[in-house]
Design a protein around this ligand. Sequence first.
Ligand code: NAP
Ligand code: BLA
Length: 338
Amino acid sequence: MYNAKAALGKAKVRVGLVGTGYAAKLRAEALLQDQRSDLVAVAGNTLERTQTFAKDYQTEAIAPWQDLIKREDIELVVISTINSEHGAIARAALLAGKHVVVEYPLAIDLAEAEELLALAKTQKKLLHVEHIELLGGLHQALKQNIDKVGHLFYVRYSTINPQNPAPRKWTYNHNQFGFPLIGALSRLHRLTDLFGEVFSVNSHQRFWEIESDYYQTCFCMTQICFQSGLLAQIIYGKGETLWQYERKFEVHGENGGLIFDGDTGLFIQHGQTTAIEVGTRWGLFAKDTKMVLDHLFDGTPLYVTPEESLYTLKVADAAKRAAETGLTIFLTNQSSRK
Ligand code: NAP
Ligand code: BLA
């Protein structure tokens, strides 16, 4: 087993970053600000953007990412690039004996993700899958208030993002983003974190295609029955033929309801409605980065395990199979949750 306390016996960890987008920028800022890390190099997609990024964050531009993995002075690889690349980069980094931090999802293919967990164990290296949704205000507010509503019977989580025109980028590309609930694994992970094991899954997906791999709208509707009997509905949509933005999380219990709409939270009971404070959605990549460094240097436990992320990926993969076949998928009991 990998032993966090023994992982790093020195003052600084040397980091290589893959990606130059939104997540990568926040990672770089967090790494630059923390005394315990040195951002040694960045590998991007387009050369020009990689060079600009390297200048902005006082680091070295390297291309392609394979060359970054070859660097012997790098001990930790942070993977903040498009989803379809995660698995291959994580594999190469672990094989080269490096610790790995990867933005969710670990891989867009379930079998590949399973192999990566096994590889991290044999290599005795850290494999951390970021799940910043667990660190945000909504999730904390849910955790603090969920006991108030009594026995739970229905949950609804809907995120709809109208975008017109839809950008022709990786988030609208089947191969690069993956099945909607795999690319947006956080939607499911919030639920598995709160409600545990899943019994069965149904799902439907619709895409309005532009050409081969790209679409201009994605709409995906999934129903989950948890082993507790709780029913959950997850709606995920983005693109041009959607008309109203929605970010809503509803929890219905026998004694009351919790309704989070955007950043507003309400606790509803018979004859009484109370407002719930919801903390911020900002600063979460910095929080994740700090917790990784705390873990590497002091052995402090992380807030999520790769096994938990893998379990959610199993549920997402079941949703994918349900959407492809129109069948209900039953999950077996032998899950790999810790
Ligand atoms: P982003 O801003 O769109 O950045 C994407 C990065 O991938 C850029 O460096 C881009 O480089 C590169 N890229 C684009 N197309 C590529 C291709 N075909 N092949 C190789 N590289 C390509 O994306 P992001 O929001 O930072 O997301 C990055 C990862 O973080 C994703 O896995 C996402 O799920 C995860 N994540 C993001 C957030 C968030 O708040 N944004 C939250 C949680 C997890 P060029 O610009 O040079 O093309
Ligand atoms: C998650 N945000 C994500 C993901 C992508 C984006 C690709 C991962 C896939 C997914 O779960 O859907 C991309 N988010 C964007 C883009 C915008 C955006 C391009 O809001 C454009 C404005 N992310 C941000 C901004 C915030 C933000 C400005 O770019 C605001 C605080 C937060 N994005 C955020 C959080 C998650 C996320 C907290 C984790 C997912 C979750 O909470 O469920």
